[in-house]
Design a binder for this molecule. Structure first.
Ligand code: APR
Length: 314
């Protein structure tokens, strides 16, 4: 029996780091693809990573390429292709450029890996995942956006730092779009089983949520030459693992919601069960009034983003 094939489109920071984490976790064989203009760069990164395998102790065949034929028959395709944010740029500034890029990627994948589950990472996320689904024509449950795992991980990190406890003891949930309107869910956040609201006062909690909302921009401001990639790649790897191993993880992802939460046909961050079929079920929570209001605001922001994209000549 051969190993599952995981193709990663875009061999930049997020793509190459995702390859690294996926290989280290022995999730499958990996194909790292980038455009011909970057030459042999993906081959170089793949070979370098392969040469780490005897030391780190993982068995994975990793190849770099500029040719979609090498990605044929992938079980999972991760799309990180695009341009990354520079200081002062919002995720939305990337809209037109990245919509064209992910659209062209979706066309190629449709032809070469028609059965794959697609995980979209390129920003602005909620619009890009919608674009990939539309161009690929894949069932909605097989096209998923990576945002919630990352946002929640940032939130969990900040909460652990605040309380001086292990990150492992913090479970949390954030919903909505991947942007400044993401919705914290204090009622679904706990520390070793204790509701977070019993450990941190509301004002301080709001400050931590605010830092989480701006978590991506904070990194952009520090790096100056690009955007975050370790945590985005780790979050993506968790989703790849859930699909490849059919783990039925209950994690927040950008999933297609129609009747769910009354969204009406958009990709937004919601808790969902992720397994071999992609999004196998969306968990519908009875939201509290504030959460409901914040979630609506977040959906409105996603709708605006998608309308702006639909207004572009793509
Ligand atoms: N097909 C394949 N790869 C492409 C294409 C394309 N049509 N267009 C661009 N790329 C490649 C670039 O050549 C580059 O190697 O995508 C890669 C992007 O890598 P980086 O510039 O390092 O960006 P990265 O930090 O990896 O972010 C990628 O993920 O988190 C998001 O906002 C981020 O949208 C950005 C994406």
């Amino acid at each position: 029996m051969s190993r599952p094939k995981i193709s990663i489109i875009g061999a930049g920071n997020v793509g190459a780091t995702t390859a690294h984490w996926c290989a280290a976790a022995e999730l499958g064989d990996i194909v790292l693809l980038d455009i011909p203009q970057v030459g042999d760069m993906p081959k170089g990164k793949a070979l370098d990573l392969m040469q780490a395998s005897p030391i780190m102790g993982f068995d994975s065949r990793i190849i770099g390429t500029n040719d979609y034929a090498d990605t044929a028959g992938s079980s999972v395709v991760v799309i990180t292709a695009g341009i990354a944010r520079k200081p002062g740029m919002s995720r939305d500034d990337l809209l037109g450029t990245n919509a064209k890029i992910v659209g062209s990627v979706a066309e190629q994948i449709k032809a070469t890996s028609p059965e794959a589950v697609l995980i979209v990472v390129s920003n602005p996320l909620d619009a890009m995942v919608q674009r990939v689904q539309k161009v690929s024509g894949f069932p909605h449950k097989r096209v998923i956006g990576q945002a919630g795992v990352l946002d929640t991980a940032r939130y969990r990190t900040f909460l652990a730092m605040e309380l001086g406890v292990s990150v492992e003891d913090i479970t949390a949930l954030l919903m909505g779009g991947h942007g400044d309107t993401m919705v914290p869910m204090p009622s679904c956040t706990s520390v070793g089983g204790i509701p977070v609201t019993r450990l941190i006062d509301p004002k301080r909690l709001e400050e931590i949520v605010d830092r989480t909302r701006k978590g991506g921009a904070e990194i952009v401001g520090l790096l100056k030459t690009g955007s975050a990639y370790y945590a985005p790649a780790a979050a993506t790897t968790q989703m790849v693992e859930a699909i490849i191993k059919d783990k039925k993880r209950l994690i927040p992802v950008a999933a297609w919601c129609d009747k769910e939460y009354g969204v009406g046909g958009y990709y937004v961050g919601v808790p969902a069960i992720l397994g071999a079929g992609g999004v196998e079920r969306i968990i519908e929570l009875d939201l509290e009034p504030q959460e409901r209001a914040d979630f609506k605001k977040s959906i409105d922001a996603v709708k605006e983003l998608v309308a702006a994209m639909d207004g572009l000549a793509l």
